[in-house]
Structures are given as structure tokens and as C-alpha cells.
Write a protein that binds this ligand. Sequence first.
Ligand SMILES: *Cc1c(COP(=O)(O)O)cnc(C)c1O
Length: 440
Amino acid sequence: MHLYGTQSINELGHLTIGGVDTVDLAAQYGTPLFVYDIALFRERAQAFQKTFENEQVGYQVAYASKAFSGIAIYQVASQEGLSLDVVSGGELFTAIQSGFPRAKIHFHGNNKSQEEIDMAFDEQIGCIVVDNFYEIELLKKTAEQRKQKMNILLRVTPGIEAHTHDYITTGQEDSKFGFDLGNGQADAAFKETFEHGYLNLIGLHCHIGSQIFDTAAFQMASEKLLLKMAAWRNDFAYTCTVLNLGGGFGIRYTEEDVPLEPAVYVQDMIRTVKAASSQVQFPVPEIWIEPGRSLIGDAGTTLYTIGSMKEVPGTRRYAAVDGGMSDNIRPALYGAKYSSLIANRAEEQASELYTIAGKCCESGDKLIEEAQLPEVRAGDILAVFCTGAYGYSMASNYNRITRPAVVFVESGQHQLVIRRESFEDLVKNEIGYLQEGTRR
Ligand SMILES: *Cc1c(COP(=O)(O)O)cnc(C)c1O
């Protein structure tokens, strides 16, 4: 059994997180319940940032907040000195509501609307990461009409696609994101922006994948981007000062995953960038990174209550929980694997094999295909680990299931930060439709 962060087992044999008994949390707030270990989030945030401090390079660590967005986590991110990636007007609005420092907000997305761009200018955020030529036109028009400056980075696709333990390199990348580095698109985007009076081109961005467990792909990407920046410096006497290498640092969902420490990814990146810079006599740029999953993923645990059980003789035993793909679509969406524990009997021998089923009307709604657990009983509290990233943020109301509550735990204290949705919430935007003649 692997415990994360501040998790422990108390004298009652219950799983605790942040010094708080999870069985008590389930009783107080109900299930399904997302429990976030805030000390672990802070530790990760500091680990990334301290490494840059120690290596004395300019940096920004931006929390890629699509992994888990909300006012409370934005407040914690701000307390830890992180920057913030947002990808929509909704995330930007939430960040502003949380009081996040505007200058540290970065706006991403491959199809930003005029309204979203106006919002970014209104709020005078730190930068916009530009994805495509249409966006360049919108930005130019907006900035010129407003006579307002905006920092921009160009998102490029370097032809490296990283997945978990391996990566593919291609001359061109078939991606919906960014300007291709190999076929002239990135150069064209540079020429369209670098001399603009209001758009201030500060650097290049790439994001090469997710759940990446080694450093090779980051090395290749950083070298490619740096060479391009050096070429532009030579050809146009224009120096980009920011190299944003995105996120994607892997985490441990199950024993199959063996991630590196945050510091190791960062140290290696810095070493590569410094070496490549000196080779082409380019001033070492600021290095920006955008961890999402690796900041928040294993800080989150979902608590469920076990209900019905079903045995398919000779095949498998199902145990069903009171949530499922409505609060965690990752297993159904891409076969994601998780580990789990019976929180109220955390020390019991995991002698049995179960498939953990959700309660949604969809055969594929299975949270864990093979969960090693003690004999489970209705009413047990199942803790599914590592659900902090892309769980709540991808939650839906499929089957009109209400979204769970979210609780932060830290130093023996617990605090509700997002209420459980109510049935009233489900219909609050509904207007109904009455037949002609019966309308009042
Ligand atoms: C999703 C995303 C990230 C974060 O990815 P993780 O795998 O959660 O670290 C960072 N940057 C960009 C541009 C992204 O789209």
C-alpha cells in the first residue's frame, strides 16, 4: 500500500489526510467527496520553485489550473507565489474573483473568442499564449483599437510528442495546437508579431504531452525552441526572453508509474537550456513551466460509499460506489488506472479482487478494473487515490448526478471549499416549455 503526502492511518485503523479522519469527513460532508491535501500541494509548489531559485535562473511556475480550478485553489496557488494558466473566460473570471494577481495570469487556448480576448485586455493579465494566425489578427485589432499593450508568447509544436515512457519525433506534428516549428508557420507568426507596436512578443511556448516520466523529450523540445530563438536573434536582431516548456510531469497513480521528483525535471531542464544557450551564444532565457497534474494530482483523494455488489461467477466481483464517471471520467475516457483503499479498515489485508463500478448508466463506467481490497461490505468508505487532477474539473451532471463537495484539509483542520450541488442547482437555469395557448 502506498500513502501520499500527509496520509496516515490512525489508531482506529482509518485513513487520515492532513491529520483529519477521512471516515469522519465522509460522515460530515457525505460522499462522493473530494479531499485535498493542501500541504502536499504547497510542498510541490515550493519544490518546483526552489529548484529555480537555487539554480539562479529567471522563472515562472504557472499552475495549469484546468487540472482543478476554483477560487480556493487559486487562493492557495497565489499564497505559494505561483503564476496561473487559464484556458477560458470562465477560468479567467474565477481567477479574478479569487483575487489572483493579474500580472501572473497566462491565457491559453486554441480558439479564444473576442469576448475572452477583451476580458484579458480589460483585466490587464500577464500574457496571452498565442495559438494561431486568426488569433494574431484578433489580438492586433483589439490592441490597436484599445491602444493597449499585451505581452504574448507564441505556442509552437516542435514535432515531439511525449507520452509516459516514450516519445515520437516527427518533422511536423498533427496537432490542433500551435504553430508548427518545422514548416515555416512559426517563422511567419514571428514576422507578423515581433515589430507590432502593441503586441510585445516575449517568447516561445510548447507543451509536449502529459504523464511524462523522463527528461529526454523536454531536452529535445527546449533545444529546438532555443535554436529558433537564436535564429530570430541572428536574422532580425530580436531577442525573446522567455522559454516556456509547458507541463506534463508524471505522477504515481499506481505502482506501474515511477515519476521523477519535481526538482529533477527542473534541474535537467535548466542544465539543457544553459548548455544550449551557451552553444549558440544566446542569453539564458527565463524558463517558465506549467505543471498541472504534478502539483494537484496526488493531493486529491475521492471518498465514496460502497453500495451494491454483484458477482459474475467465475469471472469477477463488482462493488458499486455512489459516484463514477460523473466525478471521474478518466478511466472511461482513456483507461486511466487508480489505486484504492477501504478507508474505514485501512489496515486490513487486501485479499480480494474487485471491479469498482460507478453508478452511471454506461457499461464503461468502471473506476477501477482490478482493485485489491479486503472483503468489502455495503457502507464501507472507498478512498480512491490521486484523483486531484482532471477529476472534479471534468465532472459532469450525466444522469443528473450532482457534482460532489470539495474539502481542503491541512494541519488537522478541514474546510468545505465547494459545496455539493443540490437538485435545485440542476434545474436553476431551466425555463421549461409550455405549449402555445397554455402560456401565461
Ligand atoms: C494541460 C496543460 C498543461 C498541464 O499539463 P499536466 O499534464 O497537467 O501537467 C500545461 N500547459 C498546457 C498548455 C496545457 O494544455
